[in-house]
Design a protein around this ligand. Structure first.
Ligand SMILES: Nc1ncnc2c1ncn2[C@@H]1O[C@H](COP(=O)(O)OP(=O)(O)OP(=O)(O)O)[C@@H](O)[C@H]1O
Ligand SMILES: [Mg+2]
Length: 322
């Protein structure tokens, strides 16, 4: 049996905030509560959630930019050594939201794309040039761009360069953190099509983070809905928004997905997310939930099966036909 591309076990992150005179943290913020999930090879897991729910914190742990507080990360069945950044780079790569500022402005495109070929794979000059030609062809960029600098490119071109850099590392798993949010709608479609082609061509696995429901539904095999640092629902992409089982997912889905519209639930207006410094004892969604009972305010529900390959963290899940 092939191991999953990505497997997370109880992965969490707590940030210390504020310092006393003695340097000890005053308080802590649990940005990501323990998350356990797997992504099979060749699939796309979409992650949706409102601003501040922990999407980027999760992504940054997966690529070694942030040390997890608890838990473990396995890629293709082998644990990632969180102390060795180069080991991450060969197996998992990060594509950033803001394509131009994610490229070093003082380096040419050739230098940017060559770095992983040199550092991670130790290729010589001729091998690097051959590999760059191949990669540029797969992301539809002309080789004459190689001696230019990042500021000379449009957002869509810069994002394709970012994708080329990730491909150069030869990693099979890509973490895409809002990869098209900064782009015009017409350019978004081009980049999404390119990502779909590359996934097919190279058998890539994606973790696709976005606050845009329509985009996530279109690109994902499965979708995880994040609320206040926890996965509240996870299931097949075609079911999660069509027959949501968690009241929070229903609220999101009811705000009619429109491409490019930011994700804020209608009733969320005026109703803030819980205070991360003073989280509620029970379900984090209880204060906004029409179905909440006394139990929801004192006890936090765990993810439980609600259907085939479909889980929700709710004591009173919606019926499939509700
Ligand atoms: N370095 C840090 N120190 C303290 N708190 C942090 C730090 N980074 C993130 N947080 C907190 O962790 C929570 C999750 O933040 P994160 O950036 O992961 O959210 P997000 O879902 O990516 O939001 P957005 O959609 O706005 O990008 C927030 O409450 C944020 O304030
Ligand atoms: Mg973010």
């Amino acid at each position: 049996m092939t191991p999953p591309a990505l497997s997370l076990t109880d992965l969490s992150k707590t940030f210390p905030v504020g310092r006393t005179l003695f340097g000890t943290p005053r308080a802590s913020v649990k940005a990501v509560h323990p998350i356990t999930l797997t992504v099979p090879q060749g699939q796309t897991l979409g992650i949706v959630g409102e601003s501040g729910c922990g999407k980027s914190t999760l992504a940054r742990m997966l690529v070694g930019l942030l040390e997890p507080t608890t838990g473990r990360i396995e890629i293709e069945g082998a644990a990632l050594d969180t102390a060795d950044p180069a080991a991450f780079g060969k197996r998992i790569q990060y594509i950033f939201q803001d394509p131009i500022s994610s490229l070093n402005p003082r380096k040419t495109i050739r230098q940017i794309v060559e770095t992983p070929l040199k550092r991670l794979h130790g290729l010589d000059r001729a091998a690097r040039a051959a590999r760059i030609s191949e990669i540029f062809a797969s992301v539809n960029l002309r080789e004459e761009f190689l001696d230019r600098y990042p500021h000379e490119f449009s957002g869509g071109q810069a994002q394709r360069i970012g994708i080329a850099r990730a491909l150069a590392a030869n990693a099979k798993t890509l973490i895409l953190d809002e990869p098209v949010s900064a782009l015009d709608v017409s350019v978004q479609a081009q980049v999404l099509n390119l990502l779909a082609d590359l996934k097919r061509e190279f058998g890539l696995t994606y973790l696709f983070i976005s606050h845009d429901l329509a985009v996530v539904e279109a690109v994902s095999d499965r979708i995880a809905v994040l609320y206040f640092g926890s996965v509240v629902e996870i299931g097949p992409a075609e079911r999660v928004f069509r027959t949501p089982r968690h009241p929070y997912t229903r609220l999101l889905a009811d705000s009619a997905p429109v491409v490019g519209r930011p994700l804020t639930a209608p009733e969320a207006k005026g109703t803030e997310l819980p205070d991360p410094l003073d989280p509620p004892p029970g379900c984090a969604f209880a204060a906004r939930c029409p179905r909440a009972s006394g139990r929801c305010r004192t006890e936090a529900p765990a993810l439980a099966a609600v259907g085939p390959d479909h889980e929700a963290a709710c004591f009173h899940p919606l019926e499939a036909a509700d």
